[in-house]
Ligand binder design. Structure first.
Ligand SMILES: Cc1cc2nc3c(=O)[nH]c(=O)nc-3n(C[C@H](O)[C@H](O)[C@H](O)COP(=O)(O)OP(=O)(O)OC[C@H]3O[C@@H](n4cnc5c(N)ncnc54)[C@H](O)[C@@H]3O)c2cc1C
Length: 352
């Protein structure tokens, strides 16, 4: 496409910034730039639709559990963003941000061995099966062990994106960008999730994930449950309205088809851990694609003099939204990079 993109006049006090991609990362950056006085335009083809991994994501804010095998600098970034979440959520209103915390649970002896590595890494105290059930009576009596992670929280990504879209409503242009030179803004931020590779040549690939949404009476669970059941890893994220999000498969595939095997594995593990969920309605089966990179860490930084990238957030894009917004807004508006993003530049993949 071409013609007129980015041609709105600059704000009196604002640098013109075009953001390609209106998922959670592009919108969080856009809202932060707008708050600091920039003249922001967000380009995305789907203003009212559900394109983007955020629509599928469960919304676990899990800096420890998700980062065990990542590179160490990523843990610092995840922790820093987790600390920003309370204020970020408060600035948006009711987005389902919930601080009850996460209960890790393990069903069999092998599951205990696997989960214990994660719990040890996070320095969590182990709980017996009955201690775990004291906290969550709906858990199966077959559960052998667990651990409580108070700083692993949750938020509803669909509500976050709805609030961010409302903030940026008048700044949205419905457009698929196929060539960054079409845009005329002073700075272009590429935050197009899995669409980033085609625009930049960066090695960002889609990693398929299937997620279920169950609905029933509220209150069956209070904590996020991060569990292993007979070698199947599953998480259960209970919302206040009775929804329980069950996730997620992780597949090196590009298709968007839910599969019998994927749904079976998730349901079987969920019901093994919480048998009472069998009476819940199976309300949604969704498929999304995590924007993955070769080292599982995001790409944050300048690609060329005018183009900045904020993508490749893989399994942690919801958690990393607030820190990404701050770091990219700093880079765009001050021209200097915070030391926190030095390890995440496009240069590590031989770009820029
Ligand atoms: C199954 C699953 C479960 C997950 N669970 C969690 C979780 O519990 N916690 C967590 O922190 N993260 C989770 N994630 C990861 C998280 O969803 C992603 O990391 C995050 O959504 C990435 O945000 P994004 O804005 O970069 O990309 P997306 O959310 O994918 O949005 C990209 C946007 O860019 C637009 N776009 C693409 N190409 C173009 C183009 N050429 N022109 C214009 N617009 C374009 C798309 O329309 C879309 O709106 C999960 C992901 C999946 C798939």
């Amino acid at each position: 496409m071409s013609s007129g993109l980015g041609k709105r006049g600059p704000d009196k006090n604002g640098q013109r910034v075009g953001i390609v991609g209106g998922g959670i990362i592009g919108l969080a950056i856009g809202a932060e730039l707008l708050r600091r006085g920039a003249d922001v335009t967000v380009y995305d083809p789907a203003p009212d639709g559900s394109a983007g991994a955020w629509h599928v994501a469960a919304g676990m804010l899990a800096p420890g559990g998700e980062s065990l095998f990542e590179f160490p600098q990523l843990e610092r970034l995840l922790d820093a963003s987790n600390r920003l979440w309370p204020a970020f959520a408060a600035s948006l209103g009711d987005v389902g941000y919930d601080e009850v915390g996460t209960l890790g649970v393990a069903l069999t002896a092998d599951d205990v061995a696997e989960m214990a590595r994660e719990w040890k890494h996070q320095k969590l105290s182990p709980l017996t099966g009955s201690q775990v059930r004291d906290r969550e009576p709906a858990l199966s009596p077959r559960i052998r062990a667990g651990a409580y992670a108070p700083t692993e929280r949750q938020v509803d990504p669909r509500r976050v994106v709805a609030r961010l879209r409302a903030i940026l409503d008048s700044r949205w242009k419905k457009a698929v960008i196929s060539d960054l030179s079409e845009l005329e803004e002073d700075t272009v931020v590429v935050a197009a999730g899995c669409g980033t590779a085609a625009l930049t040549g960066l090695p960002i690939r889609p990693i398929k994930g299937q997620v279920l949404r169950l609905r029933g009476e509220p209150g069956i669970l209070r904590h996020v449950i991060d569990g292993a059941a007979d070698g199947r890893h599953v998480y259960l994220v209970p919302r206040a309205d009775g929804e329980v999000v069950v996730g997620a498969t992780q597949e090196e595939r590009t298709d968007s088809r839910p599969t019998a095997g994927g749904v079976h594995d998730l349901l079987r593990a969920a019901l093994d851990l919480v048998p009472g969920l069998s009476e819940h309605e199976l309300a949604e089966v969704t498929v999304g694609h995590r924007p993955g990179t070769p080292d599982n860490a995001p790409v944050l930084g300048r690609l060329t003099g005018r183009v900045v990238v904020a993508s490749g957030h893989h399994r942690n894009g919801i958690l990393l939204a607030p820190i990404t917004a701050q770091l990219i807004a700093d880079l765009v508006l001050t021209g200097s990079a915070d030391p926190l993003i030095e390890d995440f530049t496009p240069g590590r993949f031989g770009c820029a």
